[in-house]
Design a protein around this ligand. Structure first.
Ligand SMILES: [Zn+2]
Length: 185
């Protein structure tokens, strides 16, 4: 194997600290300020509350396009009897149904109240999301912290920054209240 092949096969690993451009950041022409991200998570939290009102686990997501349009969706696993109907998947399908095409438009930034699972991270990679911001960590299925480095290293032709901790207390509070009420029943 010559040197060129070695270079091609070498994993393109970036240390975690360089995966994020920081706030506010510029991505695919989509500039979002701290205040816009705060508001976007507000829309995701509202979608999570609506999911809770349907007796779903209260997780919500919101997506902002570079032109300012915002779409939202909540978890619908129970309602659809579909274990894959997570908020991120519901939202991706909703946006693509509304706009046509087979992927998200360039520069689409997603906020989700809870750390995405591995399925959703893979789906968002396929959908070409520009960036993901999540609220609270999810120690069981949450995959951003554990698998983002894997997505970085793998030879995917689309990568995006993932950042947690946006309005985390509010997102965690919704989950806490939901499970507390469920146990009390
Ligand atoms: Zn998921």
């Amino acid at each position: 194997m010559n040197r060129r092949h070695c270079a091609l096969l070498a994993p393109r690993i970036q240390p975690p600290s360089t995966r994020f451009a920081g706030y506010p950041y510029l991505l695919s022409g989509s500039f979002m300020t701290e205040s816009q991200l705060h508001d976007l998570m507000g829309r995701a939290l509202a979608a999570a509350r609506r999911a809770g009102a349907r007796d779903e686990v209260p997780i919500g997501a919101a997506l902002r396009l570079p032109d300012g349009r915002i779409f939202t969706a909540g978890n619908r696993v129970m309602g659809r009897r579909d274990p894959t109907a997570h908020a991120e998947i519901e939202l991706t399908r909703r946006v693509i149904r509304a706009l046509g095409g087979i992927r998200l438009p360039a520069g689409a930034v997603l906020a989700v109240t809870v750390e995405p699972c591995l399925m959703c991270l893979a789906a968002l990679t396929h959908a070409r999301v520009a960036a993901v911001h999540y609220g609270c960590p999810e120690p069981k299925w949450g995959s951003a912290s554990r698998f983002a480095p894997l997505l970085e290293q793998a030879a995917f032709n689309h990568r995006f920054p993932i950042r947690g901790g946006l309005r985390a207390e509010e997102a965690a509070g919704l989950l806490k209240n939901y499970f507390k009420a469920k146990r009390a029943r």
